[in-house]
Structure formats: structure tokens, C-alpha cells
Design a protein around this ligand. Structure first.
Ligand code: 13P
Ligand code: SF4
Length: 301
């Protein structure tokens, strides 16, 4: 029974001195038992602040890796080891090394949705919340942005800085099409539209606001937002609805589901706390190199 599972999770969390972090796309019931919910940036910041010995990361692999890069002395658990991010796997460290040879003067800015090995080859990291700030802070004339071409395109337009873009994309966000937004606007003419910068440029062009998942949480709380069409993974509507009673949230497309985020269940969280597995640990030689771009990002924001 779910209530027994939740009770046992709470007990083990205390006895093991563990903290549970959950991304805004996690199943509602997983978000509800977490100590902190947030976007990629907030969760990595939270990982550096926690006094817990164990971090149970309810998200996908690169997020747990980032927590481990920042906290080598802590045990980081990912309740389902196979919860990956297909976009993060669209570039390998070897491919990036090759590209750097072709563009020897370029500064490499890497979206946090990437493997630790790729971060280790990078100059700066960024998230969807701080990409514009990070790129604005870079003096170099030539920038290579990996792996998300759409976030890169959005940042390039916002900063006015042309960038070389790696052709990666999020398979979940590309399911949101311009016609979905147009249809939703017809159905809800008073609604505002917020979309994630991983969306295609023709979707971004139709939005009132472009934001990271926690940026969306803040936007939804504004007094002038009563009805909101949300262009990102559908599960964020759980948090938006819970925190904004009386407001209406409409997913731009019900097809925008990240199957990897859905792999984490309450039962797996409990199992993870019981067995202290699966652990995500970045080999020290990679970790020390990956830490540099991550810390540079955290200094800018
Ligand atoms: P946020 O950093 O905005 O939470 O996004 C993470 C992500 O994976 C979006 O698909
Ligand atoms: Fe990766 Fe997209 Fe899932 Fe985010 S929504 S974790 S970018 S596949």
C-alpha cells in the first residue's frame, strides 16, 4: 500500500540521514515525498547545500552525476539506474574532442543535460535557467554549444551571439508542435503560453514566456496569470496545480512525456533507501575536470 511505502521512506530517510531531491517532471507521488523539488539548477544548488550523507536523486542520470560531481563525499542514489536522458547521449566525449579540433578557438558551453565525460571536455556548463547569463558572461568571439540545438538557438537569439550548434534535441520537447499551441489558444483564448527553451523555434515564437521548469513555476504564480498553456513535460502540471489553487493549467501536448523521468516510482525510492543502490559515482579523474565548468556556471548565477 502506498501509505506504508511512504511511511517506510520517511523512516529510512531519517535513519540514513538522506535527502530526497525530485525534478519537476517526476511522478506526482514522487514529487510529494521529496524534500526539495526544482529545475536542474536548483537541484544542483540544493545538492551542494545539503547536510545529508545520502542524496536520493529522483530525476535522470546526468542530474545524479552532477550531484556527485559537486559532492564526492556523499553517496548519490538514482532509484532506477536506467533513467537516462537521450539528449545527453547525443554527443560523446570523443565526438566533442573531434569538434574541438575542428574549432580550436571556440569556447565550449555545455548544457547540463550531458554526461560527466562531455562536461570534462567543456569550458562552461549552463542550464535552461541560466544559459543566457552564462553566454553573456563569455568574452570569446567563437562559441560551440552542445548538445541541444534548440536551447542553443534560443540563447544565441537572446544574446545576439552566433554560436556553433551541435544537432542534439530533446525527443520529448520536439513532440510539441506549433499547431498544438494554436489549437490550445483557440480552446483557451484568455490563456497565456509558457514554453521550455528545449522546444522548437517555431513553438518558442508563439509563447508569451520562455522559461526553465522552475521559471514556469514562478511565472504561474503571477497575479496576471490565471490560465496557462504549458509547453513542456506534462507532469509539471501536478506542481503548478498544487501550488496555484483556482488556476487552470493546460499541457500544450499530452504527448510530451519523458519516459525516463517516469521510471522512478515510490517503490524504487524505497528500495534504493533500503539497499543504498543504485549509486551514481563519477570516476575521480573525470570528476575533477567536469567540476571546473560546473563551478564556473555556479559562480555566474
Ligand atoms: P529544467 O532545468 O528546466 O528543469 O529542465 C531539465 C530538463 O531536462 C528539461 O527537459
Ligand atoms: Fe532529457 Fe528531454 Fe527527458 Fe529532459 S525531458 S530529461 S531533456 S529527454
Amino acid at each position: 500500500m502506498a501509505s506504508n511505502t511512504i511511511k517506510r521512506i520517511q523512516e529510512l530517510k531519517k535513519s540514513r540521514n538522506a535527502v530526497i531531491l525530485a525534478h519537476n517532471y517526476q511522478r506526482g507521488e514522487v514529487q510529494d515525498i521529496a524534500d526539495f523539488r526544482g529545475d536542474s539548477l536548483e537541484l544542483s544548488q540544493q545538492a551542494t547545500r545539503t547536510k545529508a550523507d545520502i542524496i536520493v536523486f529522483c530525476g535522470v542520470h546526468f542530474m545524479a552525476e552532477t550531484a556527485s560531481i559537486l559532492n564526492p563525499q556523499k553517496k548519490v542514489l538514482l532509484p532506477d539506474a536506467s533513467a537516462g536522458c537521450p539528449m545527453a547521449d547525443m554527443i560523446t566525449a570523443e565526438q566533442l574532442r573531434q569538434k574541438k579540433k575542428e574549432l580550436p578557438g571556440a569556447t565550449v558551453v555545455t548544457y547540463v543535460n550531458s554526461t560527466a565525460e562531455v562536461k570534462a571536455e567543456s569550458d562552461y556548463c549552463c542550464t535552461s535557467a541560466n544559459g543566457v547569463k552564462v553566454v553573456n558572461a563569455i568574452k570569446s568571439k567563437e562559441i560551440l554549444f552542445v548538445p541541444d540545438q534548440y536551447l542553443g538557438d534560443y540563447i544565441s537569439k537572446k544574446t545576439g551571439k552566433p554560436m556553433h550548434l551541435w544537432p542534439g534535441y530533446c525527443p520529448t520537447h520536439v513532440k510539441i508542435l506549433p499547431e498544438n499551441i494554436i489549437q490550445r489558444k483557440k480552446e483557451h483564448p484568455k490563456a497565456k503560453v509558457v514554453v521550455h527553451p528545449e522546444c522548437r523555434p517555431d513553438v518558442i515564437a508563439l509563447a508569451d514566456e520562455v522559461a526553465s521548469t522552475s521559471g514556469m513555476v514562478r511565472y504561474a504564480a503571477r497575479d496576471d496569470v490565471k490560465e496557462l498553456i504549458v509547453g513542456t513535460e506534462v507532469e509539471i502540471v501536478h506542481r503548478l496545480t498544487k501550488e496555484n489553487p483556482g488556476k487552470k493549467f493546460i499541457p500544450a501536448s499530452n504527448k510530451a512525456i519523458c519516459p525516463n523521468m517516469k521510471k522512478i516510482t515510490l517503490e524504487k525510492v524505497l528500495d534504493s533507501l533500503e539497499t543504498l543502490t543504485p549509486e551514481v559515482r563519477v570516476p575521480e579523474e573525470i570528476r575533477v575536470r567536469a567540476l571546473i565548468p560546473v563551478e564556473r556556471m555556479l559562480e555566474i548565477v
